[in-house]
Ligand binder design. Structure first.
Ligand code: FPP
Length: 273
């Protein structure tokens, strides 16, 4: 790069940083931070196709967007950030892509563990981990253990996750308790069901972000999204920047959450979870 270009690059980066700081200040000033943001990270494949690259390169570029997003989520600060990393339906993709995605998960957990720890992040994984490759399960367990004592952002990764399957597994456990006489069917409340889900103990997402313009929930957190605000951006996941996350939150802060009733200020809704 010529020295003039490098200087222009630095000026550009400086402007980006200024804009990030300005947006972050604006989000904090609004005083209505979401507790839990969930993201469907979509568009890696299209990003790669547009760049004339193999699909896996799109996922690789997506990991960079994950890193930036997690860093910012802790800074805002959010309590919980849930990322849809691999759906149960994703197993039907070409074997090389599945293997590539599993490899990226394994590598990312191993590489990022120390930085996550320095930033006080904890990890929780939702979904059926039993059928994940051994190496991925091992990195998940090591990372969970390593970060267990932290008190900052809870990073929740949905891996081999499907909302219907999560609810079905919860129903099986409930039925088992009823059969063993430990649970009276008449005493089952919404909280009882929530307590059997993979996300037990977490507040429901306040905001769901989906990238790449698709307007679907795609079997993600079906129970938990009941009153979640949705924000869809056309940006493809590898191009998703901290600015986009902050803009999504600013948009959320303008919404009026009614929970099926009359107007409730967004902050009150967020506090209720
Ligand atoms: C959807 O894009 C994205 C995925 C199926 C995987 C998301 C995974 C990552 C961002 C990398 C690993 C994650 C972590 C947490 C380290 P798509 O392939 O469906 O895109 P398309 O709709 O354009 O084909």
């Amino acid at each position: 790069m010529a020295s003039g270009d490098a200087a222009a690059g630095r000026r550009g980066n400086g402007r980006m940083l200024e804009e990030r700081t300005r947006l972050l200040r604006e989000v904090r000033a609004c005083g209505t931070l979401p507790r839990h943001v969930a993201i469907i990270m979509d568009g890696n494949g299209r990003w790669a196709e547009r760049a004339g690259l193999p699909r896996l390169e799109g996922h690789r570029a997506g990991v960079e967007a994950v890193r930036e997003t997690v860093r910012l989520a802790g800074e805002i600060p959010l309590e919980v950030l849930t990322l849809f990393a691999f759906s149960t339906e994703n197993w039907s993709r070409p074997a090389a892509e599945v293997a590539g995605l599993m490899g990226l998960l394994e590598l990312s957990l191993r590489r990022e563990r120390e930085e996550l720890h320095r930033n006080g992040v904890r990890l929780r994984v939702v979904g059926e981990r039993g059928s994940l490759p051994h190496a991925v399960r091992r990195e998940i367990e090591r990372t969970e253990e390593h970060l267990a004592g932290n008190r900052g952002l809870l990073l929740c990764l949905a891996v081999n996750y499907s909302g219907r399957s999560e609810i079905t597994r919860a129903m099986r456990m409930l039925a088992e308790r009823v059969r063993e006489g430990q649970l009276d069917p008449g005493a089952i409340q919404e909280e009882t069901v929530g307590g059997f889900l993979d996300t037990a103990g977490l507040p429901d997402p306040d905001l769901l972000i989906r990238t790449s313009g698709e307007q679907r929930v795609s079997n993600f957190l079906l129970w938990q999204l009941a009153y979640t605000e949705l924000w869809v951006t056309p940006v493809l996941w590898p191009d998703f920047t901290p600015h986009d996350l902050l803009r999504g939150i600013l948009e959320y802060q303008q919404r009026e959450r009614r929970f099926g009733r009359v107007a409730v200020p967004a902050q009150e809704g967020a506090l209720r979870g």
